[in-house]
Design a protein around this ligand. Structure first.
Ligand code: 9MR
Length: 377
């Protein structure tokens, strides 16, 4: 179990932040949301009357704030559904737009779970990040079983059909598509997967072109992890993006997953995002979370707070950073504990849907950004 602080100390911290904030921004700007925040978390099923939700605070800076959604919980888990609707202005499917869900057997499409998310987003005034069209993971077994025996032309035709069928199905309903996900290793070499093995690196340009043909208005993103840090991987993605641009490939943005861990420290996110923004691209934080070892010590909690605030501030300071998406809502359904045994507490709500100190940290960061005289958005 996490020893993350209860909401009460989080509120105390927020009052200290008012005193700090008042020194650098107009008091009136922060007073309204902070006064409303005294209401705390709404019980499930009660319509929110707060104006200190993450989505309304982020709107003041022209930023969309999002969460990856487990569609099984929408409408079946009231607390989860209420938070998803009230707090976020963009949503991502955590799993249901991936190939294994969309086409579990060849030629049979299962769009229903993702359609449910799109309908939820439309009801709640949210935009959708489509995730993801081309990846090495969560491929259907019919494809992985067949891949070795296919020719390059056959595999390319399968990929084209997948992209065009999925993007066409959701045409006009997706704001940003993660067209290609995680195509590089941490040392900057291309990932050795079925796509690069059979198709070389040309599949990346093809994927963007096919997606653009199917929905010319969607913003098309390349998405990856660890590119928040300067280094070989970030450099390799930068070189690839420049090459795509030189070839006239329709790429609109780069997504920084931002899966952080207190043991590795804070990345140079602002610096790396700005470098991509300077190429004329949008950027987005697409899968933020900050994990740590359990139980959480006071020092780890402090580090988590700081890493959350710095991630969000980096996005706020890069004009072309258009959305900040968190990879899940509550610690009880995060991907982290099963992937990193002994680690967790990576999200903003605990497993009882109580908001954690990290939630207040993001509120404070957004409140200060909305009133700051030098904000760049
Ligand atoms: O959160 C997702 C988890 O439920 C799946 O089991 C997992 C399978 O690989 O994928 C997780 O989401 C990943 C995302 O799609 C791409 N970046 C890394 C995310 C965490 O693994």
């Amino acid at each position: 179990m996490s020893s993350a602080p209860s909401p009460a100390p989080a509120r105390r911290r927020r009052r200290r932040a008012i005193a700090f904030g008042a020194g650098i921004v107009a008091v009136g700007v922060v007073a309204a949301p902070l006064a409303a925040s005294a209401h705390g978390h709404q019980p499930p099923g009660h319509p929110s009357t707060q104006d200190d939700t993450l989505r309304s605070l982020a709107a003041s800076s022209g930023l969309r704030i999002g969460a990856a959604i487990n569609t099984d919980k929408l409408g079946t888990d009231d607390a989860y559904t209420t938070i998803a609707a009230d707090q976020f202005s963009t949503v991502s499917p955590e799993n249901v737009m991936k190939w294994d869900t969309i086409e579990p057997t060849q030629g049979t499409y299962n769009f229903a779970p993702a359609d449910k998310l799109v309908a939820f987003a439309q009801q709640n005034g949210q935009l959708v990040r489509g995730h993801t069209l081309v990846w090495h993971n969560q491929l259907p077994s019919w494809l992985t079983a067949e891949a070795a025996s296919l020719s390059a032309d056959q595999l390319r035709a399968i990929l084209k059909k997948h992209i065009q069928t999925e993007v066409s199905h959701f045409k006009g309903k997706i704001w940003q598509w993660d067209v290609v996900n995680e195509a590089f290793n941490d040392d900057g070499t291309p990932r050795d997967d079925i796509w690069s093995q059979k198709l070389g690196d040309g599949y990346i340009a093809d994927a963007f072109r096919w997606a653009h043909q199917a929905d010319p208005k969607a913003k098309l993103f390349y998405n990856d992890y660890n590119i928040e840090y300067t280094g070989a991987k970030s450099d390799a993605v930068y070189a690839m993006v420049k090459k795509l641009q030189a070839q006239g490939v329709p790429i609109d943005g780069v997504g920084f997953q931002d899966h952080l861990d207190t043991q590795y420290g804070t990345p140079n996110l602002q610096e790396t995002m700005q470098k991509f923004a300077d190429l004329g691209l949008d950027t987005a934080v697409t899968e933020a979370d900050v994990r740590t070892t359990l139980p959480v010590t006071a020092v780890e909690q402090t580090a988590q707070n700081s890493m959350w605030s710095q991630s969000l501030a980096a996005c706020l300071l890069v004009k072309r950073c258009i959305s900040f998406t968190i990879w899940g809502i509550d610690d009880g359904s995060s991907w982290v504990p099963s992937t990193f045994p002994g680690e967790g507490a990576a999200l903003l709500w605990d497993d009882q849907y109580q908001p954690k100190a990290q939630f207040s940290v993001l509120q404070q960061t957004l409140e200060l950004a909305a009133g700051a005289p030098h904000r760049t958005r």
